[in-house]
Design a protein around this ligand. Structure first.
Ligand code: NAP
Length: 251
């Protein structure tokens, strides 16, 4: 692999929204590291789809909640593809559905470990590589937040919504911290998107049940979220940083 191709890491790039982002960035010419935590076959399938259509991709296992695994993820990408220019912090969990009075400490810890600690650790590794203050050539980070951060998740997952609120704060703070270092940091805030996340949380009927409550009267697709991420990392968004863009059909 020539080391001149622009390089992207998509955490949780194996399935759902992350897979659509990985495939979209590959179509835009990026060599893509498709990170996954557990489902190796989904990651392999996404990589195979990219490679079959002429793109470059590798699957890299790492639980982003674990610092050592994050370090290995970035080192693997350094060695395989070279200089990183895009990080998409997409990997995330809901830790299940629960009213706050029934919430376990384990669920609370896990949702913040993956959605917040994971994003912080990946941002740190990306900034160390991209920052012009540290000899890098700049780059772009997109965090996959959620409209839940503003809506609050009442009755379902305040814990998850609050983790996405923290991700929004990370987005704005880091964007301002590295704005003069050649790095743009933005977030997308998807609304109701038709993926396996809802069934994994124990609510397989959630998308169908809630679609009529969306102002546009339908759920969104993973590709519609990916389109926004592709725009945010592109030169067309050169003056966009610290933005949190809803992709939610008005929700
Ligand atoms: P999904 O279909 O459940 O996919 C989740 C992805 O995250 C999988 O690739 C999974 O990999 C990965 N992942 C989970 N834990 C991880 C960890 N510890 N380290 C690395 N990767 C991990 O979910 P999705 O709907 O595509 O969601 C993607 C992102 O969008 C999440 O951040 C989610 O919060 C956000 N979002 C989704 C919706 C929605 O309605 N679907 C709405 C708003 C925001 P494995 O399969 O290997 O575990």
């Amino acid at each position: 692999m020539a080391k001149t191709t622009a390089v992207a890491i998509v955490t949780g790039g194996s399935r759902g929204i992350g897979a659509a982002i990985a495939k979209g960035l590959a179509a835009d010419g990026y060599a893509v590291a498709v990170n996954y935590a557990a489902d190796k076959s989904a990651a392999s399938q996404t990589v195979a789809e990219i490679v079959t259509t002429g793109g470059a991709a590798i699957a890299v296992a790492a639980d982003v909640a674990k610092e050592g695994e994050v370090m290995r993820l970035f080192e693997t990408v350094d060695q395989h593809f070279g200089a990183l220019s895009v990080l998409v912090n997409n990997g995330g969990v809901t830790a299940g559905v629960s009213r706050l009075e029934e919430l376990t400490a384990a669920a609370l810890e896990r949702v913040f470990a993956v959605n917040v600690f994971g994003a912080f650790l990946c941002c740190r590794e990306a900034v160390r590589r991209m920052s012009t203050r540290r000899g890098g050539v700049g780059g772009s980070i997109v965090n996959v937040s959620s409209r839940a951060a503003q809506l609050g998740g009442a009755g379902e997952w305040i814990h998850y919504a609050a983790s996405k609120g923290a991700l929004d704060t990370l987005t704005v703070g880091l964007a301002r911290e590295v704005a003069r270092d050649g790095i743009r940091v933005n977030a997308v805030a998807p609304g109701l998107i038709d993926t396996e996340l809802h069934a994994a949380a124990g609510l397989p009927e959630r998308v169908e049940r809630m679609a009529p409550t969306v102002p546009m009267a339908r759920a969104g697709t993973a590709e519609e979220v990916a389109s926004c991420v592709r725009f945010l990392v592109s030169p067309a968004a050169a003056y966009v940083t610290a933005a949190i863009v809803p992709v939610s059909g008005g929700r």
